[in-house]
Design a protein around this ligand. Structure first.
Ligand code: UDP
Length: 242
């Protein structure tokens, strides 16, 4: 239980709803039993998806905080709900890639899961109308989406997140192919990690079977999604330090 009360709906996304609470600095996040892909064109209700992602995201955010990566997570309240610090989201998706997949593989017609010597970093402009176009630093700065210092901070934090996530997933016999994170500015004007980190926003491949254990199962129609996410949660709960 929590001392916080859920108030007004602030925002309804594709997988989460955000509500205000009795504390102006605290947001209530509800993880929905819904999965979407291709900018919302493919959308399905799936029982158990919300609670699995809520738990995975909570465990990961807590672990990152324990490893010095400040983020918006406060606590999980119940199966599908968590409290987070209110931030103003920077309208960029920050992507880190360790292996070629998804849009990178398509754009450069390279070998699927080609391993990179150094992580690749990309920014995408969050805009449903424009279909989230690729954006570089000077474009983001020109559009005042973020300033130069913030761009540098996002790059540096995203690489730290990558280092820790690679460690966690490696313990789970999983290769972290790529992932997306988002950042926000808190009430103290600090840039911090926000949004969620779950198999909705990461590509994960089993090191032994090379099977996808993430939203690609849904994107590519490879089978049932929720059991795959439950498998990720089970492995994550078995990682000792997480
Ligand atoms: N991603 C995401 N939300 C998006 C776009 C991408 O979480 O709106 C994640 C995606 O799950 C993958 C990584 O960012 O882990 C890189 O995605 P990519 O650019 O390959 O695009 P996609 O194939 O998802 O269109």
């Amino acid at each position: 239980m929590t001392e916080y009360q859920k108030k007004d709906l602030l925002y309804k996304g594709k997988a989460k709803e955000m509500f205000t609470t009795n504390d102006p600095d605290v947001i209530w996040v509800h993880y929905m039993d819904q999965v979407t892909a291709f900018n919302g064109k493919k959308k399905v209700q799936m029982s158990g998806k919300g609670q699995t992602n809520c738990k995975i995201s909570s465990l990961i955010f807590q672990d990152l905080a324990n490893h010095g990566i400040t983020n918006h997570f406060i606590k999980q309240i119940d199966s599908n709900n968590m409290l987070v610090k209110r931030v103003k989201i920077i309208e960029l998706e920050t992507v880190v890639r360790n292996f070629a997949s998804g849009s990178f593989e398509k754009k450069f017609a390279c070998e699927h899961l080609m391993k990179f010597e150094k992580p690749v970093q990309e920014f995408w402009f969050k805009s449903d109308e424009l279909n989230d176009p690729f954006i570089n630093d000077s474009q983001a700065i020109a559009l005042k989406v973020a300033n130069e210092d913030q761009m540098n901070q996002m790059r540096a934090i995203a690489l730290k997140v990558n280092d820790r996530l690679k460690e966690i997933f490696s313990e789970m016999n999983i290769d972290l192919v790529d992932f997306k994170v988002e950042f926000g500015i808190d009430s103290d004007n600090q840039l911090i990690l926000a949004d969620e980190i779950s198999p909705d926003s990461c590509r994960l491949v089993d090191k032994t079977t090379r099977k996808s254990l993430d939203k690609d199962v849904f994107r590519k129609g490879l089978g049932e999604l929720v059991p795959v996410y439950e498998e990720i949660l089970k492995r994550l709960e078995n990682v000792e330090e997480v």
